[in-house]
Design a protein around this ligand. Structure first.
Ligand SMILES: Cc1cc2nc3c(=O)[nH]c(=O)nc-3n(C[C@H](O)[C@H](O)[C@H](O)COP(=O)(O)OP(=O)(O)OC[C@H]3O[C@@H](n4cnc5c(N)ncnc54)[C@H](O)[C@@H]3O)c2cc1C
Length: 480
């Protein structure tokens, strides 16, 4: 695994590190090809902005369009607007609409498919919007900027003893994570990140600024919770309910590769009926040495050993190694962030499947997909995360995130060369066959239709998207 330590990978993978794919395709509704009446007046746009404009001829263009997955370093957006105000967002969207550019929004820049730096689009980079992480101690809600990183949000909240459920990668942006759902180590107790969303402000393709909540534009609020980023409009702030932090034990159990299928099935079934303050994931890694299967659990402080013992005896498993450590919230955040290496952009390919039921056949298929990895190509990992607990409390039709009654998400991830990676991903999906019912939209693959990620919620999402973005100004990199 090039450039990062095994521990770093596992830690980042925890909340769901994942992968990329190839060229970002154009969004959903493509505007009719009509030639512009006049060339875009970039000078006029630049003069109107509080922020900056980078064109392909600008010295900072490569930096301005750079995102986390360096497979997209060669992307060619028409321009990048680094918005310094909501008014900038409105002006850039009006300009894009007039000049028939699609809008590609960039918050944390961690899209697997390069959707925040799409070819020919006007990129709206939100990292310079003014604001911070504002916790209201009265309501215990927090309002954050879309490009606030998970590290900034969780670290600042932890100083007040609060958290929002989220993923673990330090540099992922809150907006992209939330709009696609948001899986992490608090999911079983607190749900997805989008489940904690109270309201979001956004600039619509019409230029209007609206707030979406359960009471205000409820259809938009429904679609923002799990329908995926790059649709509907540009989110300029998000407000979440927060929850108290606690210390936690982190348990790491390793198993011989021959036990991997039994571990996946046993872990899944045990966890589904375990207390909700117990969370866990399974990593299966192949290549660069012998295959390894690891279970990571997070449990209430002081319970790690007994919880691990319960899992092992219930599932009839025997671990090769068993390590338990108690951590305060800050240590917990940093442990799962994976250190400085996790912040460094890299080239990766990844994808996902949603497993309806974790049968022995499904687990065997996961292991068989991993066994098919071309060992000489480097390493690859499957990260299995349970969708049980609080994720399952929400009706699958109550938000755009559809996978509330399924067993688990699998993330396929590799930093190996793309040919080997792409072939492996295809084979992995085939190996799972009917055990898989779709994919997680925050772990998308280029070329996949949106319906693979939204499943039964696709039709409603499309109706809402058509209402708010009738001309297809917004680009998500996912077709359909
Ligand atoms: C290293 C790594 C670790 C990860 N860990 C986790 C994890 O633990 N759990 C998990 O669930 N996921 C995880 N992910 C996946 C992550 O949630 C998605 O990649 C997410 O979309 C990234 O959001 P972003 O803002 O950083 O990315 P961006 O690339 O900026 O945005 C992603 C998508 O959302 C759109 N978008 C961004 N901001 C806005 C906005 N303000 N308004 C409208 N659309 C917007 C973009 O146009 C793009 O389509 C991880 C990804 C990586 C690369």
């Amino acid at each position: 695994m090039s450039g990062i330590s095994r521990r770093g990978f596992v830690q980042r993978a925890l909340g769901g590190l994942a992968g990329a794919a190839l060229v970002g395709s154009c969004a959903s509704v493509t505007p009719k090809a009509v030639s512009s009446p006049a060339p875009p007046d970039w000078t006029a746009l630049r003069g109107q902005l509080d922020g900056t404009l980078s064109l392909p001829s600008s010295p900072d263009y490569a930096t301005a369009k750079g995102i986390f997955n360096s497979r997209y370093n060669g992307s060619t957006p028409a321009a990048v607007v680094a918005a310094a105000s909501v008014a900038d967002v409105q002006k850039a969207m009006t300009f894009a609409s007039t000049n028939r550019f699609g809008i590609s929004v960039r918050s944390g820049g961690h899209s697997y498919i390069g959707a925040s730096a799409l070819d020919a689009a006007l990129v709206l980079d939100l990292r310079r919007l003014p604001g911070g992480v504002d916790l209201d101690p009265g309501s215990n809600t927090v309002t954050v900027l879309p490009a606030a990183t998970l590290d900034a949000v969780q670290t600042q909240l932890s100083r007040s003893g609060r958290l929002i459920p989220s993923g673990s990668c330090p540099t992922v942006g809150v907006a992209g994570l939330t709009l696609g759902g948001g899986l992490g180590s608090d999911a079983r107790l607190r749900g997805l990140t989008c489940d904690a969303l109270v309201s979001a402000s956004l600039v619509l393709p019409s230029g209007d600024v609206v707030t979406a909540s359960a009471d205000d534009h409820p259809d938009l609020f429904w679609a923002l919770r799990g329908g995926g980023g790059g649709n509907l409009g540009v989110v300029t702030s998000l407000t979440f309910r927060t929850f108290p932090t606690t210390d936690r034990d982190v348990v790491t159990l390793t198993f011989p590769m021959e036990s991997a299928a039994a571990v996946i099935v046993g872990w899944q079934h045990w966890l589904s009926s375990a207390a909700r303050d117990i969370w866990g994931m399974v990593n299966v890694t192949v290549g660069d040495g012998p295959g390894r299967c690891t279970v990571i659990l997070a449990t209430p402080p002081g319970t790690g050993s007994s919880v691990a013992g319960d899992m092992l005896s219930t599932a009839g498993l025997s671990a090769s190694t068993n390590h338990v450590r108690t951590m305060n919230r800050i240590d917990f955040i940093q442990y799962f962030e994976g250190g400085d290496a996790a912040r460094v952009p890299r080239a990766f390919v990844a994808g996902s499947d949603i497993i309806a039921e974790m049968t022995s056949a499904a687990a065997d298929s996961i292991v068989s997909a991993m066994s098919a990895w071309p060992q000489s190509a480097g390493s690859a990992t499957a990260v299995v995360e349970s969708l049980s607990g609080a994720v399952d409390d929400v009706d699958p039709a109550a938000s755009a995130f559809p996978w509330r009654r399924q067993a688990a998400s699998i993330q396929w991830y590799t930093e190996a060369a793309s040919d080997a990676a792409s072939g492996w991903l295809t084979a992995a999906h085939q190996a799972l066959g009917p055990s898989s019912v779709g994919g997680y939209i925050n772990y998308p693959e280029a070329g996949d239709p949106l319906t693979r990620y939204l499943g039964p919620n696709m039709a409603r999402f499309n109706t809402i998207r058509q209402k708010y973005d009738p001309t297809g100004l917004m680009r998500s990199g996912i077709s359909g």
